[in-house]
Design a protein around this ligand. Structure first.
Ligand SMILES: C[S@@+](CC[C@H](N)C(=O)[O-])C[C@H]1O[C@@H](n2cnc3c(N)ncnc32)[C@H](O)[C@@H]1O
Length: 323
């Protein structure tokens, strides 16, 4: 069961003059995922916002748990960038977890469209996942682009993240960056080596970038931007070979109280993936390329490359291991 919602719907109380993407519009349908939480399907990208196994589950498993947020208790503050706020699952999970940890949250978010958050906040199923306080904070962010109290300072920059990232003050560096765009083939502009390099430059010395993507091109670009990469270990899905990627410049943290390993070095299989054509980066040198331009630029680069075809890697690893 799902309903179609137009992006052209009126956003009451919103200050449209602060939005710099007048031509952007999308249509969404609401879907219930397996954990009972709702997600949206975008017609522009023809993709669901979250995995079918659960929108809230995905946010906890792929972003919140690997962040090991208890390590910020001592410092008492964490500065986070949520790239692609969407319906706000990652930010909401963060707000609720940090409240229990008594850690102050300095949250920045990038998003092109106000409608996913607006639709989420009008949906009873979505609201039932969170405390009244978290819903109040998300509403304030939606309406005023900013919110501040004794537990949180939040700022959202609406617009194309390729441009809005430049509006984050230079002195703000992040402990955590959550990168959650649509898939690289559908939304390559937010996975380009140029954009990933901008993100890695926004990490502080011990900052971590976390993404659901385990794609070879993304891992290669993160490495090219100077980061070490780790694989996020799938916990309850033995068929998955990775739950995503954790990337950092330096890491001085070894899990103390949490004996369960949440991430590890890449396996031989994952290292080999980076030696195939799938590892050719998405490139967007002007920061303005369209999806077809980025994809065709990559196709041309792949056609000239000496790297081995990814089909050979798949045959060697995925078929034999039963993934
Ligand atoms: C997979 S969804 C994000 C899901 C989100 N993290 C959540 O918890 O609901 C991808 C989001 O990227 C946004 N988006 C697409 N292109 C963008 C761009 N160029 N700049 C910023 N946001 C973009 C879409 O509007 C959508 O909300």
């Amino acid at each position: 069961m799902f309903h179609i919602l137009n992006s052209g719907m009126t956003l009451q109380g919103l200050n449209h003059s602060s939005i710099d993407f007048y031509n952007y519009s999308d249509k969404f349908s609401v879907h219930e995922t397996k954990d009972g939480s709702i997600s949206l399907r975008s017609s522009n990208f023809n993709e669901l916002f979250h995995s079918f196994s659960g929108a809230k589950k995905e946010s906890l498993e792929k972003y919140i748990n690997p962040s090991e947020l208890s390590r910020f208790r001592k410092k008492g503050i964490v500065t986070v960038l949520d790239v692609c706020l969407g319906m706000g699952y990652n930010s909401a999970s963060l707000i609720e977890t940090l409240k229990n940890e008594k850690v102050y949250l300095n949250l920045w978010a990038l998003e092109i469209d106000k409608n996913p958050l607006n639709i989420a906040l009008e949906n009873a199923n979505f609201r039932s996942n969170w405390s009244t306080n978290t819903i109040k904070i998300l509403n304030k962010i939606l309406k005023h682009n900013t919110f501040n109290n004794e537990l949180i300072n939040a700022e959202i920059l609406w617009g194309d993240a390729r441009k809005s990232i430049n509006k984050i003050p230079k002195d703000i560096k992040f402990d955590l960056i959550y990168l959650d765009p649509f898939s690289p083939q559908k939304c390559p502009c937010l996975w380009s080596e140029e954009f990933l390099t901008k993100l890695s430059n926004k990490l502080n010395d011990n900052g971590w970038l976390i993404t659901y993507s385990r794609a070879a091109a993304i891992r290669t670009s993160l490495k090219n931007s100077g980061l070490d990469i780790k694989t996020i270990i799938p916990r309850d899905n033995y068929k998955a070979w990775s739950n995503g990627t954790l990337a950092f410049k330096n890491n001085d943290y070894e899990s103390q109280e949490n004996k369960i390993k949440l991430w590890s070095n890449l396996s031989k299989m994952e290292e080999d993936h980076l030696k195939t054509l799938a590892a050719i980066p998405y490139r967007d040198p002007s920061g303005k390329s369209t999806q077809p331009e980025i994809i065709s630029r990559r196709n041309i680069e792949q056609s000239k490359s000496n790297l081995k075809p990814t089909s050979l890697w798949k045959r060697q690893w995925l078929h034999t291991k039963g993934y």
